[in-house]
Structure formats: C-alpha cells, structure tokens
Design a protein around this ligand. Structure first.
Ligand code: PLP
Length: 399
C-alpha cells in the first residue's frame, strides 16, 4: 500500500517504541526494568473504576454529545475556574480522547500548510510530529540547562514571524520537569501582546505534580487579556493515573472550541461514555490521595537522583514537577563499552543500556535534546533503586 507523504515523514513516538521493545524483551524472558513509558504505577482509585462500572450497568453506553456529557463539561469548567482562575463555562469546554487528541485537533483546526508553531525544546516527543501531520512547521526554541529549560522571552521574540500561529507551552514540562512561574509566563505574555496572530497552547497535563509549593500558574490566568487566544489543555492521565482511560479536556475561545468539536465529530465523536463517567467521578470524588501520591513522587524523585548520582559523568537538574529525570549524558558519549562497542549517540547509549542492564530509558534526542536520558520515576521504590543503580553502574563501565 502506498502510504501518504505526511506519514512517511513521521516517526513513531520514541517512548511508545521503547516501551514496545521492552515488552518484547520481557515476553522473550528477559528481566526488564521499564523506566521509559511516561505513566504512573499507581492504580486508578477504586471509586473511579466503580463509577465506570455503575455507568455501564445504568446503560450509559451510548453516544454522548461530541464535546462530552454536560455534567462532565460543567465539572471541567468548574475545575478550570476553581483551580486555574480561568473564566470557563461548559460551552467553552471540549472533552477528548486524551490530551493528545485535543492538542492534535487544535493544530488540525487552525494550521494551514506552512504555518509555524514555536516549540520550546526539550519538548514532549509528539509536538513536532503533530504539527507536521497537521501541515505546520515546528520552529524550535532551544531552552538551555542554564535557563532551567525554560523559554526565554527574548529568544521567543526572535522566532516569531508572520507565519507564526502558536506557541506551545508545557508546564510542568515533559521531559525536563521545568515549571513556569506566573512571573515567567507574564514575561512571555508581554512578547505575545505585540503579536496578535500568535495563540498559546498551555499543555497543563502535569499540573498536579509539582514539588516546589508555589501556586500553579497558567497563561490564561496570568494574562486574561490574551484569553481569546489561549487554549488550556489538561486531563486525568497523569494526575489520577488514568492513562488508559483516554480522557483529556480543554477550554479556550468559543470559535476554536467549536472548530475542535466540529473536527472531533468527524473523527472519534465523543470520548468513551463510560470513561467520561469515570472522569466525572475523578473530578467530583475525594482528592486526598493526590497529596499522598505527590509525597511519593517527591521521595521517588530524590531516590532516583541519589542512585543516579553514582554515575559521575551525569549532570542533573533536579526537576520541580512531572515525574521524569532528564540528566545530560554527553560525558559518556564517544566512549566504548567493555566489549569494545563505540557509543556515539544518546540513542546508542540507551540501546546499550537496555541490552546490558535490561533498563529501558528514552534518549534525549527524541525530545529535541540530544545528549540526555529520560527516566520516569513514577515507579515503585524497588524498581527505581534497581533501575537507576544498574544504569549508573553500567555508565561507569564505559571507558
Ligand atoms: N502532554 C504531555 C506533555 C505528555 O507528556 C503526555 C503524555 O505523555 C500527553 C500530553 C498526553 O496525555 P494523554 O494521555 O491525556 O493523551
């Protein structure tokens, strides 16, 4: 079959690919420590699972409104108002099959061929591919370790041109865990005020996983005067350990939300009805477990960082949010493995580490930041200790 040009140039997501290789090796009998896939090992809380079961038994198994059931959209709007200070109502909310679908649909609904999207890097693997699939061009905005992996307003100003349509922001960020403060967002907003053609997508999917104690900030709240060009995307995948349920939600200007709903209506229609019932229970039910989970993530972050510290050549910025470590591994590139194999790139290093130790990681190059490794620490203490120690010891065997 001839595959369309747009797909021929698209690489499968590196994280998904890595997880697949790890699963295959495990099926073949190898002990694998998977620190590649970006999801929590916590179980979806039982009251959420039970809500889905009850909804299915009640017969909530039919199509819903494309944008999501009214009770769920009302609850999502309340969440945006209460937690984020965004003036949202149910008509300005769309529920989709994961945050990923909403990001994809926002790009599909707005980009014409050649339109540009500014993507601060290191960035989530999927942004550049989503932009390309939707006919756009990613303009990368490199964020350095020295800047805490945060986009500089001056660098942003230098990249905006007549074709720029979007700035993608992700805070807390995958893979770096960088968290943008209200002050930093305000500085970016100041640049955007001079460029009315540029919209902002805030991917806040890791909102609840922050370690600094600072209040969460997002662009629509910090710069309400820009609200008619800010799309705020969030969801339950990371916060409530619900990656498999595929529920995300977004709020933004009426015309954009309508366009996204129109597109979704010709695509997946509504997110799964019973998953929407589960999402409603997740948003209305008890939230006290989130504080326990956050404390566990903080402890695990420190455990992983401490174990990795044995690899003297790794440089780590301890993350303020999300559940990844993203150390620089460039010191180990250009070295040789004990069996004489040359390791020149982070991808080769990750492949060697998987073979040598059975630990699955993701190379920084997948995130537009070659010379780094990404390790997900949303795992049990035992997995973290085993994985990070095996990696650190293996790295020290490179000569
Ligand atoms: N945005 C970021 C930054 C992510 O890391 C991920 C998942 O890894 C997503 C969005 C996708 O979220 P969902 O599972 O809700 O589609």
């Amino acid at each position: 079959m001839q595959i369309a040009e747009r797909l021929r140039n698209t690489t499968p997501s590196a994280t998904v690919q890595m997880a697949r290789i790890a699963r295959e090796m495990r099926a073949a009998g190898r002990k694998i420590t998977d620190m590649a896939e970006g999801e929590s090992d916590f179980r979806t809380p039982p009251h959420i699972v039970e809500a889905a079961h009850a909804a299915a038994l009640r017969g909530e198994t039919r199509y819903t409104d494309v944008a999501g059931t009214l009770p769920l959209r009302e609850m999502v709007a309340e969440k945006f108002r209460r937690d984020n200070g965004i003036a949202a109502n149910a008509a300005q909310v769309v529920v989709g099959t994961g945050a990923k679908q909403l990001i994809f649909n926002a790009m599909m609904a707005t980009l014409d061929p050649g339109d540009e999207v500014v993507v601060p890097t290191p960035s989530w693997v999927s942004y550049p591919d989503i932009v390309r699939l939707c006919g756009g061009v990613s303009v990368l905005l490199p964020c350095t370790e020295a800047e805490g992996f945060k986009p500089s307003p001056a660098a942003l100003a230098g990249l905006i041109g007549p074709r720029t349509r979007w700035l993608l922001l992700n805070s807390p960020g995958n893979p770096t865990g960088a968290v943008l403060s209200a002050f930093e967002l305000a500085a970016l907003a100041e640049i955007l005020r001079a460029h009315p053609q540029v919209a902002v997508l805030c991917d806040d999917i890791y909102e609840s996983i922050r370690f600094t104690g600072e209040p969460f900030a997002t662009m629509a709240q910090v710069a309400p005067d820009l609200a008619d060009r800010v799309l705020t995307v969030s969801g339950l995948s990371k916060s409530h350990a619900m990656t498999g349920w595929r529920i995300g939600f977004a709020t933004g200007p009426d015309d954009l939300i309508s366009a996204m709903v129109k597109l979704q209506g010709q695509q997946t229609t509504n997110a799964a009805s019973i998953c929407q019932a589960a999402a409603l229970a997740a948003l209305t039910g008890p939230q006290d477990f989130l504080a326990d989970w956050l404390a566990a993530y903080r402890r695990r972050r420190d455990l992983a960082a401490e174990a990795l510290d044995r690899a003297k050549g790794l440089r780590l910025v301890v993350p303020d949010g999300a559940f990844y470590l993203f150390p620089a591994c460039d010191d180990y590139l250009g070295r040789r493995s004990p069996d004489g194999r040359g390791i020149e790139t982070d991808a080769q290093l990750v492949a060697w580490l998987l073979e040598e130790t059975g630990v699955a990681l993701v190379p920084g190059s997948a995130f537009g930041a070659p010379g780094h490794l990404r390790l997900c620490f949303a795992r049990s203490d035992a997995t973290i200790l085993r994985g990070a120690t095996l990696v650190a010891e293996a790295l020290e065997r490179l000569s």
